[in-house]
Design a protein around this ligand. Structure first.
Ligand code: MTE
Length: 315
C-alpha cells in the first residue's frame, strides 16, 4: 500500500465513514498517484516536517501556537451547500457523491482543452503537503494539512493563450447526488474564479487530500481549490470544469450578494462584512477568538498582487 500513515485521526475517520467507502478512497488516491512525496512526508514526525519547510506549529499574530486543527473538526463542520446549508449535514450526506471515476473539462483560452480523467490531470504533478490556515467569511478558521499540487503547474500543463486573464472553476451539478441543489439557495452550479496572477501564485493549490488521505467528500473530493489568503468561499469544491477566459468570471457568491461577497475576497481584518466584523475569528475546536491577519497571514507572499489597488473597493 502506498500510503500507510498512523495518526490520531484514524479512529474518527472510521466513525464517520463506512469501511467500504474508506477503502474506495484509499484505492482512489493510489490511482491518482504521484503521492510518494506525500506518503514519505506524512510518516515523518513534526520535527522532520519542519526541515521540509512545513511547520505545523507556527505562531499566530499574538504569538499563540497555530496548531493543526483536529481531523474531526475539519471533516465534521463544513460549508458545502450542494448538500445542505448547515455545517453538520455535509459530513452526513456527502457519501452519496461518487468521486471515482471523475473527469474535468478544460475549456476556453488554452492550447489543451478537452475532457480529462482526473488521474491524467493530476499525474504529471508533484504532490506535496501544505499546511495552510483557511479563514471562512463567517469568522471561523482552521489549520489544515492539505495534500495536492500547485495550481500553477496545472495551468502550465494546459497552456493558456495570451488572452487568458482569468481562470474559472465549476463544481459538479447533479441534484441526485447533491440534494441541496434541489433548493434555490444559490445559483447552481457553484462557480469561482481567480485572476491569472493569483492562479499562478505558488501558494495556490489544487487539493486532493488532507491529513494524508484522499479528501473526504464533505471537504470537496476529489479535487478542490485552496487559496489560503482568501475567504474560504473562493476555495471551490468538487471541481468538474476549468475555463480560461479573457473576462472576469461571474462567481456564485458575488452574484448572490454582490455587496457582501466580492470577486477578490482577500482576508482583511480592516474591512468588515456589512453584517459582522472581520477583525477576529474562532479556530474550530477553540472557544476564544484570535485576531485575523491581513491576507490571512500570507501578506509577504501575496500583498504585491494587489499593489495600487483600493482594497476597500476591490473586496
Ligand atoms: N464549494 C462548493 N462547491 N460549495 C460550497 O458550498 N463552500 C465554500 C468553500 N467551497 C462551498 C465550496 C465555503 S463558504 C467555505 S468556508 C469552504 O468551502 C469550506 O471548506 P471546508 O468545508 O472544507 O471547511
Amino acid at each position: 500500500m502506498l500510503i500507510k500513515i498512523k495518526k490520531r485521526s484514524d479512529a474518527e475517520e472510521y466513525e464517520i465513514t463506512p469501511q467500504s467507502l474508506f477503502e474506495q478512497r484509499r484505492r482512489f488516491i493510489k490511482k491518482v498517484g504521484g503521492l510518494s512525496l506525500a506518503a514519505a512526508t506524512l510518516s515523518l514526525p513534526p520535527s522532520a516536517l519542519a526541515a521540509l519547510n512545513i511547520n505545523p506549529y507556527s505562531k499566530d499574530v499574538d504569538g499563540d501556537r497555530d496548531e493543526l486543527t483536529a481531523y474531526k473538526h475539519i471533516t465534521s463542520y463544513n460549508n458545502f451547500y450542494e448538500f445542505n446549508t448547515d455545517k453538520q449535514s455535509p459530513a452526513k450526506l456527502a457519501g452519496s457523491l461518487k468521486t471515482d471515476p471523475w473527469s474535468v473539462t478544460v475549456e476556453g483560452e488554452c492550447a489543451k482543452p478537452g475532457v480529462y480523467a482526473l488521474e491524467d490531470l493530476a499525474k504529471p504533478h508533484k504532490f506535496e503537503e501544505r499546511i495552510y490556515r483557511l479563514r471562512c467569511v463567517e469568522a471561523w478558521s482552521m489549520v489544515v494539512p492539505w495534500i495536492g499540487f500547485p495550481l500553477a503547474d496545472l495551468v502550465k500543463q494546459l497552456e493558456p493563450t495570451s488572452r487568458a486573464k482569468y481562470v474559472e472553476f465549476t463544481t459538479l451539478f447533479d441534484p441526485e447526488q447533491m440534494p441541496g441543489q434541489n433548493r434555490n439557495v444559490l445559483d447552481w452550479p457553484y462557480v469561482e474564479g481567480l485572476r491569472m496572477d493569483e492562479a499562478m501564485n505558488p501558494l495556490t493549490m489544487m487539493a486532493v487530500g488532507l491529513y494524508g488521505e484522499v479528501l473526504p467528500n464533505q471537504n470537496g473530493a476529489p479535487l478542490r481549490l485552496v487559496v489560503p489568503w482568501k475567504y474560504g468561499f473562493k476555495s471551490i469544491k468538487s471541481i468538474v470544469k476549468i475555463r480560461f477566459s479573457e473576462t472576469q468570471p461571474q462567481t456564485t457568491w458575488n452574484l448572490s450578494g454582490p455587496k457582501e461577497y466580492g470577486f477578490f475576497a482577500n482576508v482583511n481584518p480592516e474591512i468588515d462584512h456589512p453584517r459582522w466584523s472581520q477583525a477576529r475569528e474562532r479556530r474550530l475546536g477553540e472557544y476564544r477568538k484570535r485576531k485575523t491577519q491581513m491576507f490571512n497571514g500570507y501578506a509577504e507572499e501575496v500583498a504585491q498582487l494587489y499593489r495600487g489597488m483600493d482594497l476597500k473597493r476591490n473586496y
